[in-house]
Design a protein around this ligand. Sequence first.
Ligand code: BES
Ligand code: MN
Ligand code: ZN
Length: 512
Amino acid sequence: MEFSTQSTQAIHQVKTSALVVGVFSDGQLSAAADIINRASDGAIKAVVGQDFLGAVGETLVLRHLSGVRALRVVLVGLGKQADFNVKTFAKAEQAAARQCISLRVADACSALLSLACPGSDTRQRARLSAQAHWQAAYFYDATIGKPDPARKPKLRKITVLCDKAEDKAVALGLSEGDALGQGMSLTRTLGNLPSNICTPTYLGNQARALGRQFKTLKVSVLEKKQIEALGMGSFLSVGQGSAQAPRFIVMHYKGSGMAKASAKSKTGQANGPIVLVGKGITFDTGGISIKPSAAMDEMKYDMCGAASVFGVMLAVAKLEWPGELIGLVPACENMPSGNAIKPGDVVTSMSGQTIEILNTDAEGRLILCDALTYAERFKPSTVIDIATLTGACIVALGSVNTGLFSPDDALADELVTASRRALDPAWRLPVEDEYQDALKSNFADMANIGNAGPKGGAVTAACFLARFAKAYRWAHLDIAGTSWLSGPQKGASGRPVPLLLEFLLNKTQGGA
Ligand code: BES
Ligand code: MN
Ligand code: ZN
C-alpha cells in the first residue's frame, strides 16, 4: 500500500475512485462534506437524516455526483460533533477503509484527517489512518486450499487530504502507520498459522528471513545443543515432550546513528538497549496437566507474544528507528508424551534457581524465565516481556485491556500512556512481594504455580517472572485476552504491536 498527502481546498476537483468525507450525526457536515454538498447541488444534504444518520462508523456510498470529479463519495458517520475524539476518528477511518476494500477500488482519497479532533495531534491521527487501512486490507489465505482471487484486496494508493502546514506531520504519521500496519500484519499471520506449520523451526526461519531483509537486523537462531550449553533447563523442560525441536531466537536491531549510544551502554545501563521477550509456545496442550479439548485449537495463538516481537522488529527496521532493540524468542511446543515433564519434577533455570513444576500447563513462565536471564548480557535499559500467559488475566480484564505488570512506576506510566495514545490500551495490575509467598515450594526454590489456586493467577505469574528480572527495569504484558479475537472475527489481532511501537518511538523522539 502507498500513502501520500495532498493539500487542496477544491475537494470536488480531486480525481479518485473513492473520496471519503465525514458527516456528524447532528446533521452537521464536515468542511469537506460541505464542499462536496455545494458542488453537487445538495447531494449529501439530500441523504442525511434519511438514508444516512451519521452514527459512528456508518457508511454510505454515493456514485457519480454531478460537479464532483471523484467516481464515488463515501460518507462516513462521525457521531455527535461535541463527542468527536480520537477514538471516534479511528472508528470512522476503520469503517471507511473497510468500505473502500469492499468497493474493490484500487485508489482512495480521505478528507477525514482535516477534521479538528480535540485531545489528539495530526501525526497520531495520520498514523491511525494508515494503520486502519492495513488492518482493513489484512486477509489470511496461507492455508486456504483454493483462495478466491476476487477476495484479494485491491486498494493500493491512499491519498490523505490535509492543510499544507500539516503536511510534514501527516507524512511522518503515515510512514509510521505504514510500518506499524505491516508489522501488525506479520504478527497476525504468524498467530493465525496452525501449529503444524508454525513450529519453533518455522519461527526461526522467519527470523532469519527478517534478518536477510534488513542490514540493520542481525539474527541468530540457537538450537537445542546451544540452548543446553547456556543452561536453560527450565525452557528446555517445556519442549522435551514434543517431537518439535526448540529454538531460541535472538534478533538484534541497531539503527544508524547508534554508534555513540551503544558505546555508552557498556559503561552503564541507562543507555543500554531495549529488550523485548516474546512467549513462543507454538502450541499449548497443557502437557501432562492437559487442557480440556473445547477450544483447544486456540492454543496455536500461544506464540502471539513472539509474533508481536517479530512485528515490532519489522516496523522498527522499516522506519530505520534510531535506537537499539533486541528481540528474544524462546520457542517450543508444550506436549504430553513419555518424555514430557511431569507434575512434581524439579528443573534448574539458567539463573541457577530451581523450580518445582506443579502444573505443566503453567509453561509460559518456564520458558520466559530463562530468556529474562539471557537478557542480562545486553545490559539493557529496559526489558519488556509479552506473553499469552494466563487465563486469569482474561478473567480480570477481558479482551479490552492488556495486563501490565511492573515494579517500576515510571516504566508502568510510560507504557500506560503509550497504550492510550496508540489506542491499544493496557491496565496496570500489581506485582508485589506479598503475592510471592504463594510460590513457596518444599522441594525447590519456587513452584511454578501459586498455592491459592486460580486466585490472583495473573499476578502470581508476574511475580514468578519478577524473580528473574531483578537486574534491570522490567515490565510484563499479559496479552492472553487481547492478542486474538474469538467468535466470527476469530483470528490474531496484531496487538500489542501499536503499544510497543508507540513506546519505542517516544524514546527517541522525545514524545510524539
Ligand atoms: N497459554 C495459557 C494461557 C491462556 C489461557 C492464554 C487461555 C489464552 C487463553 C497458559 O500457558 C496457561 O495454560 N496458563 C494457565 C496457568 C495455570 C495452570 C496456573 C491458566 O491460565 O490456566
Ligand atoms: Mn499453558
Ligand atoms: Zn501457554
